[in-house]
Design a protein around this ligand. Sequence first.
Ligand code: HEC
Ligand code: HEC
Length: 188
Amino acid sequence: MHRFSIAVVLLVVALPFAASAQSIAEKAQICAACHGDDGVPPRQSFPVPVIWGQQLGYLFFQLCDFKSGARKNEQMTPIVQGLERKDLMALAQYFSAKPWPDLQPPRVHVAVQAQRANASVACASCHQEEFKGEGMLPRLAGQNDAYLRKTMTDFRTGARGNNPGMTDLMRTMSDNDIAALASLLGGM
Ligand code: HEC
Ligand code: HEC
């Protein structure tokens, strides 16, 4: 085959992939406004979680839960309404492949209370060694501590109703336990 026609064939084959890759990167631009250009959520009036480097399965199912209404949030619900299910998987892949950012949390003195609460329910038995998560189990280590505190409280009150197991667990915790766990995990 002529060298020129090989180039044309390659171009025709590669273009649709390039176009769809670009559109996911474009769609991901909307997310950067809250979740950060570099994975570090800029300061907002509401706590925003890190999604860069989060577990793929976890990201995908959270996006599905926001879309179905199983998980509700003023900021996220309208965002996912405009996205199709295949976009949700592509976005989950896009963000899970990024490196987890360093939020540079202040070094906190780990409260005895956090260690006790942690040990009593063995969070790491599900959230995996060093709280890095796996599959549908989210990474907690180095997460925004204000977000951790909010979402654990939301599980407890039922405002976040997409995981009854986590809700039962958080009902056994005091506000102080939750605050201490959030600083412990955020500081990892
Ligand atoms: C207007 C701000 C805003 C935008 C834009 C936004 N998010 Fe979010 N996102 C949030 C907030 C706030 C939360 C935490 C919700 C809560 O507290 O339950 C969140 C939570 C999430 C979660 C759950 C993370 C976890 O740890 O449970 C995922 C996944 C997510 N967003 C993905 C995305 C994607 C993908 C986009 C772009 C398509 C996006 N977000 C755009 C504000 C935003
Ligand atoms: C039996 C397994 C299990 C145990 C034990 C467990 N978790 Fe979870 N946790 C989960 C699952 C599964 C999810 C994902 C829930 C979902 O899909 O919405 C989760 C979600 C979370 C989230 C939300 C993360 C995010 O990004 O929004 C936090 C925070 C959390 N767990 C903290 C803890 C803490 C702290 C402990 C120990 C006190 C703990 N978990 C123990 C299974 C567990």
